[in-house]
Every structure is written in C-alpha cells, then in structure tokens.
Design a protein. Sequence first.
Length: 297
Amino acid sequence: MSYLTPAEFVTKMVDSGASKIAMSTRDTLIRAFMAGAILALAAAFAITITVQTGEPLIGAILFPVGFVMLYLMGFDLLTGVFMLTPLALLDRRPGVTFKGILRNWGWVFLGNLGGALTVAFMIAFILTYGFSIGPGEIGGKIASIGKARTLGYAEYGLAGWVTIFMRGMLCNWMVSMGVVGAMVSSSVSGKAIAMWMPIMLFFYMGFEHSIVNMFLFPSALIMGGDFSVWDYMWWNEIPTVLGNLAGGLAFTGLTLYTTHVRTGPKREMADAPSQNRAQKNAATKNDTAPMDIKARV
C-alpha cells in the first residue's frame, strides 16, 4: 500500500530530523538555498495569478506547486526543520544535541534567506526592466502587501505583534502538516495530495510564513514599499519566526510523536473487572470441588 500508518511515518519524521542534524554544512546550505528560491518563485507566481484573475483563491490553490516541488527534491525549509529536528533529540538519537539543532536551524535560515533574496532581486529586475521603469501592477501589489503586513500590524502595538506571532503559529501548524504529508505515502501522487491541502489553507488564510516573507518584504522594499528594514524585521520576520517555531513543534511535531511513538499506557477495558471476577469464581469453584466430594464420602 502507498499509505503509511501514523506509527510508520512518525518514525520517518524522527529519522529525518536526525539525518538533517548530521548533514554537512555545504549540503545544508545548498538544500536550504534552493528551498527558499523555489518557495519565493511560487509566491511570485501566486501573486501574479491573484492580480491577473482578481481572485485570491485561485492563487492559493496553485501556490502549493512550489512546496511540492521543493520537498520532492529533498530541499529544506526552516519551518520544516523547526518541527523535525527536536524530535530526534527527544527520541535520544545518538549524536543529536541541542547545539547541533541550533546549528542546523542557523544554516537553514541563512540558506533560505539567500535563496529568497536572490529571487526577490530577479523578480524586481524583471518587473522593472532593470529598474528603468515602475514595477507595474504586480510589483505594486507586492509593495502594498509589504506595507500592510508591517506598518499595518504596528498600528496595534503589542496586540499587533502578538497577532503576527499567532499567525505564524497557525501557519507552521499547516506547513509542518505539509512536511509530514510528504512522508505519509510512497507514491508521488499521494505525497502531492497530502502536501497540497494544508499549504493551500495557510496561503489563502494569510498566515505568516517566515520564508515566504523573506521574499515578499525585500522585494517590496526594492520596488518602493513605504516601510523600513527595521519595520520588516520587528513587525514581521522576528515574531513570524518565533510563531513558526512554536506552532510547528507544538501542534504537529510533539502531538504526533507523543501519541504515535511515546504512547501512553493502555487502559483496561470497561468490562475487564467483571471478566476477572468470573474467572476468579470459576477457579474457586474448581478448587473446592474435591473438598465437597470428600465431605460426602
């Protein structure tokens, strides 16, 4: 069968987390760079569709093509390793340390950022013909998104910052479900379908994804977005990264691991006491039978 049981694919999650920690720095950076670049291109694709059709749902339906491509190629997003690598530590895999996890997160972050920035520059260059004309409708849409999702949150102060954090949590709950989706099937079609559903949901709902934002906000700044780098970092990227970490680990990684690997003790069935009493009564009856026979004799 192409579908794996939860116990099987959760074991694969732990194996994957351990392998990512053991990966060389070179391979970690290459895979993270490509993941950031492909996801950034998918975001540009979805925004282009939304602008041209006027229907955000169509963009959300098609955005997951980038996510499916990058995970079928074995590339890594920060949101995925946030969820996978701590499980290897929790499972006490040999050689896995907290320092190793932080090292992996750091290199994946840099690789994702490099890939997203590369595509951000290329898209901005294309839309402006080498920065010789205005960014047009698509570039203007990207710039408006950047302003709305930085200064728009800043208007609400602490409540805005916490809102971004919670949107980041909800985002990586869904994105990490997509990462797990790549492991629930041994067929390409099964993997694609399982990944598609949660990614479409997060994108349409406007949840905050740290890697998508690494593309959106720098490209918005390049094309004249009316906000600063500090606005982007404090009023989006930092709370988004923290929310992504908390959401992916709490809602997906730990829940699946604790209930399918570190399962709780089985409880007795409701009718077990009555069955035990019946067995004890039968045993007592058998033990007393010879005594009754002797008494009659």
